[in-house]
Design a protein around this ligand. Structure first.
Ligand code: ADP
Length: 448
């Protein structure tokens, strides 16, 4: 491989692949470097979908939505801590990001919702399958078609910086070979640090001992790389726990199951919170239960509409029974309480009003079609909202808000967009929106 490229992309998750494809399509020569043996990063595990408002696919389905509402709900969900300029750019570019994917054969034209959103704006594959695998395979297809160079099992262990600008990267292969690659632009798309428990606990001592939903490579090394060339960080203590994690396997149960109509019950068989509230609030409610776990309960109707549910069944995570009473008996729930919970909830569905917990979304259908299913879940570390600071052109900023020439960052490595709590479906939107933008900016600089 040549030792000089216009653009080096560090990380092969959604942000890195989108950046690489965009930079290539603008005429840049591009190298993707990935430290793990496989492509796809944590993105491949993404489940719910990609949020966007005012898209063609929403219009086709007659869904009325607005960018203003998407902005307001994301800001509210983030506890008003989101960086307003980044969030504005995010909301503005979201529909085009959906089209960017569609033009490359990646169609997210089925639409659902996630906690904290009042409108169906979570775009996912038509068959209702998890977004991550579909997205990564589509992006990889595009990378391969273009002949973009990819190095796996190779870590970027230094960004070369000289004379006030980025000059390239130093690579370390799994055979401990050191390679220097020159580039005017480096896109850091290395993801978050949820799998680095030491780093998590450093910022959040209360998360000691929590499992994580993330892949092993989510160690936050990219943040350190950029800090060494002067990057500033923001919101490092804003770490999201996801509430529906199966604890034996650390398997994330997609928010689309609740979005499809599932409820949460405690060991007594009772609902205890609005299931469609934001992740931080529902997680806190589960941690506050004496047993610190809950069950996500759904019926055959929800299962049939969610391919993900079949995956959970195949993996042995689901307890199923032909009747609610049998399900309650198997799980040791209060049987009468559980039956009363279902009857009461089904009543809320028919009148479209939740008297108990004020759930206003995904009151889709009564839970009354057997078999009935349940998965025992508890929170796990899921997303790190903090990271390096960037401007709306994805240029990395130092502590004085100055651009570090040649350094671009996109995806979970960046802090600020999601504030204090990331809404489900906003991570995939983030990586495509800012990944493509980083690819564009990096190509413009890298080619000159
Ligand atoms: P995003 O969702 O922001 O795209 P992902 O977690 O999906 O982030 O992908 C980030 C990728 O970057 C992962 O595959 C991870 O293994 C890789 N990575 C992290 N640090 C490095 C590094 N120093 N060198 C090369 N690859 C890295």
């Amino acid at each position: 491989a040549p030792k000089s490229y216009d653009v080096v992309v560090v990380g092969s998750g959604g942000a890195g692949l989108a950046a690489a494809i965009q930079a290539h399509d603008e005429g840049a020569s591009v190298l993707i470097v990935e430290k793990m043996p496989t492509i796809g990063g944590n993105t491949i595990k993404a489940s719910a979908g990609m949020n966007a408002a005012e898209t063609r696919f929403q219009r086709v389905k007659g869904i009325q939505d607005s960018k203003e509402l998407f902005y307001a709900e994301t800001l509210k969900g983030g506890g008003n801590k989101n960086n307003p300029e980044l969030l504005q750019r995010f909301v503005e570019n979201a529909p085009e990001a959906i089209e960017w994917l569609a033009r490359r054969g990646i169609m997210l034209n089925d639409i659902t919702t996630t906690g904290g959103m009042s409108i169906d704006r979570t775009h996912r594959p038509r068959d209702g399958s998890a977004v991550g695998g579909y997205l990564i395979s589509g992006l990889v297809r595009n990378v391969n078609k273009r002949g973009i160079d990819v190095m796996l099992d190779t870590e970027v262990d230094e960004i070369l910086f000289d004379g006030g600008e980025v000059r390239g990267v130093r690579l370390l292969t799994d055979e401990k070979e050191v390679i220097t690659v020159q580039a005017k632009s480096v896109v850091v798309a290395t993801g978050g640090f949820s799998a680095n428990s030491q780093m998590v606990v450093k910022y959040r001592p209360d998360l000691e001992g929590f499992v994580t939903t993330n892949h092993k490579g989510a160690t936050g090394g990219g943040i350190a790389l950029l800090e060494r060339i002067g990057a500033n960080t923001v919101d490092m203590g804003e770490i999201q726990i996801h509430l529906t994690v199966e604890q034996n396997t650390s398997y994330l149960i997609s928010e689309s199951i609740r979005g499809g109509g599932a409820i949460l019950v405690n060991q007594q068989g009772e609902r205890f919170y609005n299931e469609m509230s934001t992740r931080d609030k529902v997680s806190a409610a589960i941690i506050a239960l004496p047993e610190h776990y809950a069950y996500i309960v759904f019926d055959e109707h929800v299962r049939a509409k969610n391919r993900a549910a079949d995956e959970y069944i195949a993996k042995g995570l689901v307890t199923s029974a032909s009747s609610p009473r049998e399900l309650a008996a198997t799980l040791g729930l209060g049987e009468d309480a559980f039956l009363a919970t279902l009857e009461r909830y089904n009543g809320f569905v028919s009148k479209q009003h939740d008297d108990d917990y004020g759930r206003t979304t995904a009151l889709r259908a009564p839970i009354n079609e057997g078999p009935f299913h349940a998965i025992r879940i508890a929170p796990g570390v899921h997303h790190t909202m903090g990271g390096v600071t960037v401007n709306t052109r994805t240029e990395v900023l130092n502590a004085r808000q100055q651009v570090i020439p040649g350094a671009f960052a996109a995806g979970e490595v960046v802090g600020g967009i999601h504030g204090g709590n990331r809404i489900g479906g906003n991570a995939v939107a983030d990586i495509i929106i800012f990944g493509t933008l980083a690819g564009h900016q990096a190509a413009v600089r890298g080619k000159c």
